[in-house]
Ligand binder design. Structure first.
Ligand code: G4P
Length: 584
């Protein structure tokens, strides 16, 4: 068995265990990765902060949260951009909690950044869907749920803000089941809401936890914990109506709701539901404890065996999936050989150093400084990873000779010459392996991107190259101008992606780019190639459709309307090999 000191155990955590010698298997089993998905304002920052507080990774509330003036209603991402280098910008927050190593992967809340969310979810083992109890499902919850579903991750649901007037828990569960086609299993059940929110019932232990409303930001005090059958509960609750409703609910729930079935949860068919209030701490610790117990540790990952299916539609079938087909070839996290993949690139985190970082999710084996790995896309070329960054607590630290990363961990690799791209697989051992690729989403917003002055051309090109590599937007050009020249056309999933490009070009490359929107609504890659496109043009089949080229010279068709798109897709889909996205 592999034996090595686990550096994470020595992290600054109040629940830290002393330095332990654990086997690789034990290290894998004690890891819990999660990404929180929610509509802005549902309380993601607050919940993240409370989870960190319980983990001892931060000492006081407010350490993570952006201050009022830094928050922008339109964009989480911009606020996070502003906070870069402080805390949440590290993208991954890690801490030790009751013997487990927890990583919270940050995801932007706005749907324009669904691609970033998807890439982050590719690195996560569990998703937590956060819902505002008064509002229920909101547009971005829906959008991000779809993204999580593509990955078929185990989904945990936390219904937040029960301290405010809320919809009934039956109502919320019903909405989730009806809209998402996933069954709900309440692990806890709320007792009252708003001013009458008194606590929660843990359905598995039949224990009722009553809370005292603490001072804002302070950990809540469980004032009482008693069996739901205890006759003293009525007095403790001090509310006959709530008491009677609770007893009724206990019976009804057993009849109405499916029992918790972790096999279904791991297949993405059932979601365990928790109720609470992140702000006042009701139910947060119970959620965390339950998640430690029920959440998925790093699981085996499917390899990309086909290559051909990689060009498929964004329907979910071709996406790297948490649920693995029976015949899929997989990598066991406990195998001795190292493997991992790049899920995110980020430049200029530290403006003083102009660094370029590739975030790698470790999938098997162990990583240490100086590890020699092979680069799958570069046909197994060996590279030495001499400079790496570990995510410890809410900080980033350079790997020293003692540090080791395990499956489930996220490491940052220096990527000064751009050798690493999103989706790249790194591995050790004789057999070349490649994890399933991470697709781009189909763009819906297009703009010509103009460089203000010829003297800025060099910075303009450099900045654009970097942001394209990060997957901030996609780059299209007129046919024949693939190598540069002409005006680049940026293609984005949502307008905020363009705003981010504009703001980063300004702050990081000192270039004021101008956008000229062009009015097309959707794009399709024509993977059959230019000859097929030319033939269709000749037959007058592609009128009013703009024909551009992606960075690999492949034809991309832009459609002026949904109607036009449907008419062409209906008629020419097979002939042109039309796809909403194409992989590198
Ligand atoms: P987000 O990251 O998902 O956008 O949400 P965030 O945590 O910033 O929370 C959005 C607002 O909701 C905040 O109020 C926050 O205090 C509040 N909130 C979060 N959880 C709860 C809860 O359990 N109960 C109640 N009542 N409110 C909650 P704000 O006024 O926008 O900011 P602040 O002045 O509180 O900082």
């Amino acid at each position: 068995a592999f034996e090595a000191p686990c550096i994470r155990c020595t992290g600054a955590s109040r629940t830290a265990v002393p330095q332990l010698i654990l086997t690789l298997k034990e290290e894998v089993d004690r890891r819990r990765n999660l990404a929180i998905i929610s509509h802005p304002d549902a309380g993601k920052t607050t919940l993240t902060e409370k989870l960190l507080l319980y983990g001892g990774a931060i000492q006081s509330a407010g350490a993570v949260k952006a201050k009022g003036e830094q928050r922008r209603a339109t964009s989480d991402f911009m606020a996070i951009e502003q906070e870069r280098g402080i805390s949440i910008s590290t993208s991954v927050l890690t801490y030790e909690y009751s013997g487990k190593h927890v990583s919270i992967l940050d995801t932007p809340g706005h749907q324009d950044f669904s691609e970033d969310t998807y890439r982050t979810l590719a690195a996560a083992d569990n998703a937590v869907m956060l819902i505002d109890a008064a509002k229920g499902l909101e547009p971005q919850t829906r959008k991000l749920f779809e993204v999580a579903r593509l990955r078929r991750l185990p989904l945990f649901t936390f219904v937040n803000k029960l301290d405010r007037p809320a919809r009934t828990p039956y109502d919320i569960c019903g909405e989730i089941e009806a809209e998402f086609g996933i069954t709900c299993c309440p692990v806890v059940w709320p007792i009252g809401s708003g001013d009458r929110f008194r606590g929660v019932l843990d359905r598995r232990s039949k224990k009722v936890m009553l809370f005292e409303r603490g001072e804002r930001g302070k950990e809540a005090v469980i004032t009482n914990m008693m069996s739901v059958d205890d006759p003293a509960l009525l007095d403790a609750l001090g509310d006959v109506e709530l008491y009677e409703r609770l007893l009724e609910d206990v019976e009804l729930l057993d009849e109405l709701m499916e029992p918790l079935d972790m096999a279904k949860v791991f297949k993405g068919e059932q979601t365990p539901i928790f109720f609470g209030s992140a702000m006042t701490n009701f139910g947060v610790q119970h959620f965390l404890d339950s998640f430690m117990e029920l959440g998925a540790p790093p699981l085996a990952r499917a390899l990309d065996v086909s290559g051909a299916t990689a060009e498929g539609r964004a329907s979910g079938a071709d996406f790297q999936s948490g649920a693995i087909a029976d015949d899929a070839e997989v990598v066991d996290p406990r195998s001795d050989e190292f493997s991992g993949f790049v899920f995110k690139l980020q430049a200029n985190l530290d403006p003083k150093h102009r660094d370029r970082m590739a975030y790698v999710r470790v999938c098997s084996g162990t990583f240490h400084k100086g590890l020699k790995v092979k680069h799958a896309r570069l046909k197994g070329t060996e590279i030495t990873l001499s400079s790496a960054t570990a995510m410890l607590g809410n900080e980033r630290k350079p790997f020293d000779d003692e540090m080791i990363a395990f499956p489930g961990d996220i490491i940052g690799l220096n990527n000064p010459s751009g050798t690493l791209s999103i989706g790249d697989t790194l591995y050790t051992g004789g057999k070349r392996i490649s994890f399933a690729k991470i697709p781009s989403f189909s763009p819906e917003v297009f703009a010509r991107c103009l460089c203000p002055s010829p003297s800025k051309a060099k910075s303009f090109n450099k900045g654009l190259d970097q942001l394209i590599a990060e997957g901030a937007v996609q780059l299209l050009r007129e046919r024949g101008e693939e190598a540069g020249g002409g005006v680049p056309i940026l293609a984005a999933v949502g307008p905020l992606q363009l705003e981010v490009v504009q703001s980063r070009m300004q702050t990081e490359y000192d270039v004021d780019v101008k956008f000229e929107p062009i009015s097309y609504t959707s794009a399709r890659w024509a993977l059959a190639g230019w000859d097929a496109v030319d033939e269709a043009v000749e037959a007058n089949k592609l009128l009013n459709i703009r024909k551009l080229s992606d960075v690999y010279g492949r034809p991309v068709l832009l459609f002026p309307s949904e109607w036009r798109l449907n008419s062409v897709v209906g008629e020419l889909s097979d002939k042109l090999g039309l796809r909403p996205h194409a992989l590198a």
